[in-house]
Design a protein. Sequence first.
Length: 70
Amino acid sequence: MRIQKDNIVIRSATVDDAIQLNKWWNDGRIMEHAGFPNGLGESLEYTIENIKSREGKLSQLCIIEIDGNL
């Protein structure tokens, strides 16, 4: 999935996004709003499998880019 309007893109996450997603999900400062003040503690391998398991399905992980920045 990919939706673009001007400088904003919403797209399906790919395995290439796994490192960044893993970094965000394991950062307590980022995840505290969701009730995880210490982050999720997920391995990179788990994040990769999470992304792969959603490929081609209605429920997907998405990335928002603004001006090319995640």
